[in-house]
Structures are given as structure tokens and as C-alpha cells.
Design a protein around this ligand. Sequence first.
Ligand SMILES: [Cu+2]
Length: 320
Amino acid sequence: MIDRIWRVPAPAGTLRRLLGSATAALVAVAAAGPATAAAVTREYWVGATPTTWNIVPNGVDAILGTRYGNETILPTVTYRRYTRGWKKLLRNAPARNVDSDRIPGPLLHARVGDRIVVHFKNFDTRFNRAHSMHFHGVSYKPSSDGAYLPGFSGRDAEVKPGQTWTYKLRAGPQSAGFWPYHDHSTSMHESLAGGMYGGLSIRGRRERAPDREFVVVLAPTGDLQTINGHAFVGNTPVFSARVGDLVQWDVMAIGSEHHTFHVHGHRWLEHGVPRDTQTVGPAESFRFRWREDATGTWFYHCHVEQHMERGMIGIYRVTR
Ligand SMILES: [Cu+2]
């Protein structure tokens, strides 16, 4: 049983359920098993950085033919990845994984047992708002919570422009999976609407990395329903894989609505049950994996029809 959990890339639901039942013995044995990778401290440098974002860069809804103009251009602030000491701005994700980035913020990787240190700096000179980072799925002290509560929270929850904060997190046995992080400061409302969110991708101690990892954030942006801040086919991410790839989808929702994530021509397991559509509510997240075996150009989308019509649809391309 233990072997199966830790060697085979279990679907996130299964892993989380099994770990959630918190069999101390299971955890102890897993931790004591032959380590293929020692626990490490992973350091990330992230900045809240002003940018101008176009929700519909090509100006058209390819399916309904509706045209969009300047109303889809949004001055905003997003999480960006930097080199050590915020010296140099980097892409949030490798170019091979996404067509454009900035929304969501950088995908932060770790393994169960790791410490994660996130150095955060607020570069928001555009709106002059405080910002923060609040992380789901990991352990930390209250000083790394990043959530504003008057009279209780500290500087972690209200990082003012020009200031920094270091969030110290730990990926415990129940952290395996995909989790959101987001602004939880005084500016949370505007910041979430403007794309200040991202994901933590945490693998089991001995779980192999997938060949392809796709992050899908379902959230409203402006008046549209977006995937990673973009609306409509031609603007939303085009994900690509090859037959034989171990493909991992990391899905989360931000905002106030529920979504039903759907991929055409494929199925995955949740608690051992095959499915091709899965509900995800505000700040919920899940991940699943499959070994790719279906060539073609496929849709992935939210199956709430009003959301799909407002832009929540994209393309998944599989080649030989
Ligand atoms: Cu939806």
C-alpha cells in the first residue's frame, strides 16, 4: 500500500484522502523510506509588480465573433518571479509551458518535507496599495500567514510599497498536491480581481515530476470569465503534450463562483472513480495526472455555460 502511494503518481484526490486520514504509521514509514531526494529549503523571490494586462489580446471571441477593444485592457499588479535579491525580473513560467505569463504568479515547487522560503517585495507604485502572500496547503507560524486582521495581524499581512517580508513555510505530509496562494492584505478585493494569485505544486517525497504541468486558474477578470487572466480561444493558454507524456493538470478557482473543469477526450481518477468534469469552488484546488494517449486538438473549459460563453475555454494540443 505504501509503495503504491509513494511510487506510483497517485491522483491528487487519492493521495490527499489517504494522507488526510492521517495514518501516522504511513507517514512515519514514508519519511523513513529510502530517500530519492533529501529535504531541502527552497527559496523564491517574488514581487508584487505593476503591469498592464489585456484580457483579450487578439480582440475577438473566436466562437461567437464578438469584438473587444480597449475595455479589456487593465492596469494591474501581479506576482512576478525574480532572481535572488529581486535583482532581475524573470518569466513566471518557462516559455514552453505557457504563451504568456504574469497571471497567475510563479508556480512554486516543493516536495513533502521541504522548507519553502518566499521573499516578497511590494513594488506597487501604481496604486500604492499594501499587498501580501497567503498560502494554502502548508504549515507556518502566524507571522507567515499574510492575512490582514486589524489589531492582530502584523507586517506579513500589510507589506507596504517598497517594503519586504519573508514567508517561511513547511510542506508537511498533508501538503502533497496543488494549492493556491493569493493576496490577503487590505487590498485583497482589488488584487484578486486583478490577478494576484498563483499556485504551490507539492510532490510526495518520492513522487516523480510530470513531463508536462499545466496550471489552470478559473477566475473572473474584468467583466469576463478567464483562464489565467485571459478570455476566449486564441487568448487563453494553449497547452501542448506528446503521446506518452505524464501530464499533470493543476486546477484552482479564485473569486466567488463555482466552476466545473472539463477536458475533452480524456478522463482522470478522483478517489479511484473516472471522471472528465470536476467542480472547483473559490480557493479550492485539485490536480490530476494521466499518461497521454490521445492525439488531437482538444478543448478544455469550464462547463458552466455562462462562464464558457464569457471566455472560460481553451485548447489542449496533443501530438505524436
Ligand atoms: Cu466557471
